[in-house]
Ligand binder design. Sequence first.
Ligand SMILES: NC(=O)c1ccc[n+]([C@@H]2O[C@H](COP(=O)([O-])OP(=O)(O)OC[C@H]3O[C@@H](n4cnc5c(N)ncnc54)[C@H](OP(=O)(O)O)[C@@H]3O)[C@@H](O)[C@H]2O)c1
Length: 335
Amino acid sequence: MSDSSNTSVGPDKFHYSRPLDWSPTNDLPNLKGKVGIVTGGNSLDSIGGNIVHQLALLGAKVYVGGRSSERVEHGIHSILTTSPSLAPANLVPFVADLSNWTQVKQRAEQFLQEETRLDFLINNGGVWTDDLDINEFGVNADLAVNHIAHFVLTQTLPPLLSKTALSSSTPKNAVRIVNVSSNAHSIIPQPTSFATLADWNNDFGGKQNQWSPAFRYGFSKAANILFTKELQRRLDAEDVPIVVTAPHPGSILTTGFAKVVGVDTEEWKNSLPASQGALTPLWCAVSEQVDDTCKGRYIMPFGVVAENTEFCDDETEAKNLWRVTEEVLGSAKLL
Ligand SMILES: NC(=O)c1ccc[n+]([C@@H]2O[C@H](COP(=O)([O-])OP(=O)(O)OC[C@H]3O[C@@H](n4cnc5c(N)ncnc54)[C@H](OP(=O)(O)O)[C@@H]3O)[C@@H](O)[C@H]2O)c1
């Protein structure tokens, strides 16, 4: 059995917009010499670990994100055990707790000292929380981890992302930022807004509403899409040729998903394995099919530009999100 055989799938039982008519081994380019970062990459039972695995099999050097050295080393060990042919030096720990933005910034600054290029940043790490859980800077846990930590990375790493993108040896559209989102962005009841911190901490009915955790999670995934669009607008305005996308990975059997839907439930049975959840983010990060039409777009499995909700197309909301994010990071002295 080849290393990548678990991603060559059978029928597309979910009728996603694009059938799974490709595989990483046959259809993604060789990545020798490329360098990437994947947050939340510490487990093969999750989407991120499988993204790391496939990128490494394609030859990339991958920085493996996770909240502790132990968890990241354990993840790297499982990948090397699954694929002993991989060079251990190509899997490098990127330890930072995404709920601790200072740690995230410091690790990203260290990366700038360690590497001379950055070809893809995959902002995949994420949480779904039971409670609002507001931190010392006034931000709930879903938005703190799923949005702000990745904003910090994306604002700290531009020296290398831009240098790589602007290098004469880098092909057009080869440098990518991938903000892993979700179709859950579409479930949030309207009206909502990102105009103020009070809006950010919308509890959607709290304990009185069983859907409150899902709505808060969906709201953070809407933030991923709005951030993607605003970041792309800003990069385009500065003529920095980086493609930013917000993929939905599909309905995927992972550690996180199991906590939400339970094991052996209908949702559980009707989901795809974690290896297949890696495919759409991978496509966004390295496929040569990604072109100008993908810039700033929501991407559905298994690699097709799709429509997102009207709320996520609202430029005012994208600017609100950016402004309040900067205000929060200013108060945390991280800007
Ligand atoms: N699974 C699905 O059906 C589905 C559908 C749509 C979108 N998504 C998105 O896909 C991405 C991956 O989801 P998943 O299902 O693979 O989730 P998962 O199984 O819960 O994995 C999430 C990853 O993020 C890491 N993480 C969480 N909080 C962190 C923190 N504070 N600091 C550092 N790392 C942290 C986790 O590390 P630990 O192991 O230490 O917790 C884990 O590696 C998420 O952005 C999710 O929103 C998933």
